[in-house]
Write a protein that binds this ligand. Structure first.
Ligand code: FES
Length: 174
Protein backbone atom coordinates (compact mmCIF):
# COMPACT_ATOMS: atom_id res chain seq x y z
CA UNK A 1 0.00 0.00 0.00
CA UNK A 2 2.75 2.36 0.98
CA UNK A 3 4.62 1.44 -2.16
CA UNK A 4 1.54 2.26 -4.29
CA UNK A 5 1.37 5.70 -2.71
CA UNK A 6 5.04 6.32 -3.31
CA UNK A 7 4.67 5.33 -6.95
CA UNK A 8 1.64 7.57 -7.35
CA UNK A 9 3.55 10.41 -5.77
CA UNK A 10 6.50 9.87 -8.09
CA UNK A 11 4.21 9.81 -11.10
CA UNK A 12 2.63 13.09 -9.96
CA UNK A 13 5.97 14.66 -9.33
CA UNK A 14 7.16 13.64 -12.73
CA UNK A 15 4.38 15.54 -14.49
CA UNK A 16 6.05 18.90 -15.35
CA UNK A 17 2.68 20.70 -15.67
CA UNK A 18 1.74 19.80 -12.07
CA UNK A 19 5.12 20.90 -10.80
CA UNK A 20 4.75 24.20 -12.64
CA UNK A 21 1.25 24.76 -11.23
CA UNK A 22 2.48 24.01 -7.72
CA UNK A 23 5.31 26.50 -8.10
CA UNK A 24 2.92 29.20 -9.33
CA UNK A 25 0.44 28.54 -6.53
CA UNK A 26 3.23 28.57 -3.95
CA UNK A 27 4.52 31.90 -5.26
CA UNK A 28 1.03 33.41 -5.26
CA UNK A 29 0.56 32.21 -1.69
CA UNK A 30 3.84 33.73 -0.53
CA UNK A 31 3.15 36.97 -2.39
CA UNK A 32 -0.27 37.22 -0.71
CA UNK A 33 1.19 36.57 2.72
CA UNK A 34 3.96 39.10 2.13
CA UNK A 35 1.49 41.80 1.06
CA UNK A 36 -0.68 41.09 4.09
CA UNK A 37 2.34 41.33 6.40
CA UNK A 38 3.50 44.62 4.86
CA UNK A 39 0.00 46.10 4.98
CA UNK A 40 -0.47 45.25 8.64
CA UNK A 41 2.84 46.69 9.91
CA UNK A 42 1.59 50.29 10.42
CA UNK A 43 -1.53 49.13 12.26
CA UNK A 44 0.51 46.74 14.38
CA UNK A 45 3.04 49.42 15.22
CA UNK A 46 0.30 51.86 16.19
CA UNK A 47 -1.34 49.22 18.37
CA UNK A 48 1.85 48.18 20.12
CA UNK A 49 3.63 51.46 20.68
CA UNK A 50 3.35 52.71 24.23
CA UNK A 51 1.34 55.86 24.87
CA UNK A 52 4.53 57.56 26.07
CA UNK A 53 5.90 57.45 22.53
CA UNK A 54 3.31 59.97 21.55
CA UNK A 55 4.99 62.48 23.80
CA UNK A 56 7.80 63.53 21.46
CA UNK A 57 9.64 65.80 23.82
CA UNK A 58 7.88 69.14 23.71
CA UNK A 59 5.33 68.02 21.15
CA UNK A 60 2.35 66.13 22.53
CA UNK A 61 -0.58 64.42 20.83
CA UNK A 62 -3.82 65.05 22.65
CA UNK A 63 -6.35 62.89 20.86
CA UNK A 64 -8.93 63.49 18.13
CA UNK A 65 -10.13 67.03 17.47
CA UNK A 66 -13.68 65.68 17.69
CA UNK A 67 -13.22 65.12 21.43
CA UNK A 68 -12.94 68.85 21.99
CA UNK A 69 -15.97 69.99 20.05
CA UNK A 70 -18.29 69.94 23.05
CA UNK A 71 -16.14 71.07 25.98
CA UNK A 72 -15.29 74.69 26.70
CA UNK A 73 -12.20 74.05 28.80
CA UNK A 74 -10.51 70.67 28.91
CA UNK A 75 -8.39 70.29 32.03
CA UNK A 76 -7.37 66.70 31.40
CA UNK A 77 -3.80 67.57 30.31
CA UNK A 78 -2.82 69.91 33.15
CA UNK A 79 -1.02 67.31 35.28
CA UNK A 80 0.71 65.52 32.45
CA UNK A 81 1.51 68.28 29.97
CA UNK A 82 0.88 71.54 31.80
CA UNK A 83 -1.80 72.96 29.51
CA UNK A 84 -5.51 73.44 28.99
CA UNK A 85 -7.36 73.18 25.72
CA UNK A 86 -9.95 75.91 25.40
CA UNK A 87 -12.67 76.11 22.77
CA UNK A 88 -14.05 79.56 22.24
CA UNK A 89 -15.49 81.54 19.34
CA UNK A 90 -14.88 78.80 16.79
CA UNK A 91 -11.28 78.26 17.83
CA UNK A 92 -9.40 75.73 19.89
CA UNK A 93 -6.37 77.12 21.71
CA UNK A 94 -3.83 75.67 24.13
CA UNK A 95 -3.22 77.72 27.27
CA UNK A 96 -0.04 77.18 29.22
CA UNK A 97 -0.92 76.18 32.79
CA UNK A 98 1.56 78.58 34.30
CA UNK A 99 0.63 81.74 36.11
CA UNK A 100 2.24 84.82 34.57
CA UNK A 101 2.96 86.22 38.03
CA UNK A 102 5.51 83.75 39.46
CA UNK A 103 4.80 80.54 37.63
CA UNK A 104 2.44 78.57 39.86
CA UNK A 105 -0.16 76.31 38.27
CA UNK A 106 -3.61 77.91 38.35
CA UNK A 107 -6.73 75.78 38.82
CA UNK A 108 -9.68 75.66 36.50
CA UNK A 109 -12.72 76.76 38.50
CA UNK A 110 -15.43 75.36 36.31
CA UNK A 111 -18.37 76.83 38.21
CA UNK A 112 -16.88 80.31 38.17
CA UNK A 113 -15.76 80.00 34.57
CA UNK A 114 -12.14 81.00 35.10
CA UNK A 115 -8.74 80.07 36.50
CA UNK A 116 -7.55 80.81 40.02
CA UNK A 117 -3.90 80.79 41.02
CA UNK A 118 -3.49 79.28 44.50
CA UNK A 119 -0.22 81.10 45.25
CA UNK A 120 -1.23 84.76 45.37
CA UNK A 121 -4.82 84.73 44.21
CA UNK A 122 -4.60 85.91 40.59
CA UNK A 123 -7.70 85.12 38.58
CA UNK A 124 -7.92 84.65 34.83
CA UNK A 125 -10.88 84.42 32.51
CA UNK A 126 -11.50 81.21 30.59
CA UNK A 127 -9.37 82.52 27.73
CA UNK A 128 -6.51 83.42 30.06
CA UNK A 129 -7.01 87.18 30.52
CA UNK A 130 -6.13 88.40 34.03
CA UNK A 131 -9.17 89.57 35.97
CA UNK A 132 -7.33 90.46 39.13
CA UNK A 133 -3.67 90.51 40.17
CA UNK A 134 -1.03 90.35 41.11
CA UNK A 135 -0.64 88.80 37.61
CA UNK A 136 -1.00 91.43 34.91
CA UNK A 137 -0.22 89.39 31.77
CA UNK A 138 -2.56 86.88 30.13
CA UNK A 139 -1.69 83.19 30.22
CA UNK A 140 0.58 82.20 27.34
CA UNK A 141 -0.69 80.27 24.37
CA UNK A 142 1.07 77.28 22.90
CA UNK A 143 1.43 76.32 19.24
CA UNK A 144 -1.37 73.98 18.23
CA UNK A 145 -2.24 72.12 15.03
CA UNK A 146 -4.22 69.17 13.76
CA UNK A 147 -2.38 66.22 12.20
CA UNK A 148 -4.44 63.38 10.75
CA UNK A 149 -7.40 64.48 12.85
CA UNK A 150 -5.35 64.57 16.08
CA UNK A 151 -4.68 67.66 18.14
CA UNK A 152 -0.94 68.28 18.49
CA UNK A 153 0.54 70.91 20.79
CA UNK A 154 4.14 72.07 20.72
CA UNK A 155 4.98 73.26 24.22
CA UNK A 156 8.26 74.78 23.09
CA UNK A 157 6.52 77.46 20.98
CA UNK A 158 4.47 79.98 22.94
CA UNK A 159 3.15 83.46 22.43
CA UNK A 160 1.44 86.22 24.35
CA UNK A 161 -2.29 86.60 23.74
CA UNK A 162 -2.10 89.56 21.37
CA UNK A 163 0.30 87.90 18.98
CA UNK A 164 -1.36 84.48 19.29
CA UNK A 165 -4.72 85.93 18.22
CA UNK A 166 -3.22 86.91 14.85
CA UNK A 167 -0.92 83.95 14.31
CA UNK A 168 -2.45 80.80 12.86
CA UNK A 169 0.08 78.61 14.64
CA UNK A 170 -1.73 79.31 17.90
CA UNK A 171 -5.25 78.24 17.15
CA UNK A 172 -7.20 75.76 15.09
CA UNK A 173 -10.68 76.35 13.78
CA UNK A 174 -13.26 74.06 15.30
S1 FES B 1 2.15 82.90 41.05
FE1 FES B 1 0.11 83.12 40.53
S2 FES B 1 -0.56 84.84 41.60
FE2 FES B 1 1.51 84.64 42.10
Amino acid sequence: MTRDLEEAHLLEADDPRDAGRRRVLTRIGWAGLSMLAVASVPALFRFLRPRAWRDRGETVELGPLEEYRTSTVSARWVQRHGLWLVRRAGRLVALEARCTHLGCTPRWMGEQGGFLCPCHGSRFSDDGIPLNGPATQPLFRLAIRVEHGEVVVDRSVRAALERAERDRRFYVSI
